[in-house]
Write a protein that binds this ligand. Structure first.
Ligand code: NDP
Ligand code: X2W
Length: 345
């Protein structure tokens, strides 16, 4: 099956190509670029010389529909919302990595993304692609809103405990850190070498576009309107996200019991690894892989639990989860093309 990739020279696209290139049922089809159409792909990414040698194409809906079976959009928010309706009209299935189809409320989208939302018709059709939690709806979807990188790590870390009666729902704090590839390939002051090297920055306090996305998922999964305090930080590394999550417990429970609870919740989910009591995951332990690793610790003095959830932002946080969703949509083993050992060191 051929996969078209839009936003061809960005980091999400290049990661999709890496994964599709070794997928048993998918192959790289059209690679579409707004800025580099006509150039050879390996001019943008010389590390793929003699591996992906094909011209970057302009966005031509008919050609994409004729030559491909599925489309991955690795385009920014505000761009995907223009392209997806055109692609869907041809009957193609779309998996969108941007935030354009994730929020059910148009008002929330406008308020947090500061942009005009897409047509509600498409929001209604979009299925939120958190693979471990919504496999049944993903199976029948025509449009997947692939989750944001921070929301993937945060919600996978929180959902099992929110399903119990032991979580104080008003006490959730998510302290999140990302490597700079999370900001994409485009140049910006925040990720400029001299600005981020040997530096640690908090950003978008109380204003991050992932706040309503996290709250939407947690509200759905807990059955109660849920708010969170969510703070993002940029750290001087290339890949990786760590969410350190704190919440108060309403009952006494040991670390061992909570680890058991998470193990039970994720027992059939190959990409979530719950760490044994006493071991705490680090970003490097999931680097280049589709794993989300979760570590847990109950502080019996304060009756708070600390949850550490780590992913590679470009894999489980973007392209890897998009492939996992394609696997579920097309009825393949969800691990197809994703049997990647983390790269260490
Ligand atoms: N980086 C990450 O860790 C994650 C990213 N995402 C989301 O995935 C999407 C892609 O992100 P990422 O690859 O990192 O970003 P990049 O900035 O690296 O790439 C986005 C690409 O989209 C294309 N593009 C940019 N502006 C326009 C435009 N106006 N019209 C058409 N195409 C345009 C460009 O490629 P070209 O000129 O070749 O078309 C650009 O390289 C974004 O929506 C992002 O929010 C989601 C989760 C994690
Ligand atoms: C490090 C960094 O800058 N990360 C980005 C994540 C962007 C992203 O992937 O978000 P959407 O897909 O929701 O647009 C940020 O914090 O905005």
């Amino acid at each position: 099956m051929k996969a078209a990739i839009i936003g061809g020279t960005g980091y999400g696209a290049i990661e999709l190509i890496r994964l599709i290139n070794q997928h048993p049922y998918l192959e790289v089809g059209s690679v579409v670029s707004n800025s580099q159409a006509g150039n050879n792909f390996s001019e943008s990414y010389p590390h793929l010389t003699q591996i992906i040698e094909q011209p970057l194409e302009t966005f031509d809906v008919e050609a994409i529909a004729k030559n491909n079976d599925v489309v991955f959009l690795a385009t920014p928010s505000g761009v995907s919302s223009n392209l997806v309706p055109q692609l869907m009209e041809t009957g193609m299935k779309c998996i969108d990595l941007s935030g354009d189809f994730r929020l059910r409320s148009l008002e929330q989208y406008e308020a947090w993304y500061k942009r005009t939302p897409t047509d509600y018709e498409y929001i209604k059709q979009a299925v939120y692609g958190l693979s471990e939690i919504y496999p049944e709806t993903i199976k029948t979807a025509s449009l997947i809103a692939n989750p944001g990188c921070y929301p993937t790590a945060a919600t996978l870390g929180l959902i099992p405990i929110l399903k119990t009666a032991i979580a104080d729902m008003e006490s959730i704090i998510i302290d999140a850190k990302s490597g700079v590839s999370g900001a994409g390939r485009g140049l910006s002051l925040i990720s400029h070498y001299a600005e981020i090297n040997e530096n640690l920055k908090a950003y978008k306090l109380g204003a991050h576009q992932h706040i309503p996305e996290i709250e939407q998922v947690l509200s759905d999964e807990s059955g109660n309107p849920t708010t969170v305090t969510f703070t993002t930080h940029l750290v001087p590394m290339t890949r990786g996200i760590m969410c350190t999550i704190y919440l108060k417990l309403t009952e006494t429970i040991s670390t061992k019991e909570i680890v058991n609870l998470y193990n039970e919740f994720y027992k059939d989910k190959p990409f979530v690894r719950v760490r044994p009591e006493g071991t705490i995951p680090a970003t490097k332990e999931v680097l280049g892989s589709n794993y989300c690793d979760i570590g847990l610790h109950v502080d019996e003095r304060t009756n708070r639990v600390t949850i550490i959830s780590v992913i590679d932002n470009l894999v489980k946080g973007a392209a890897g989860q998009a492939i996992q969703n394609a696997n579920i949509m097309f009825g393949w083993d969800e691990r197809s093309g994703l049997n990647l050992l983390p790269m260490y060191p």
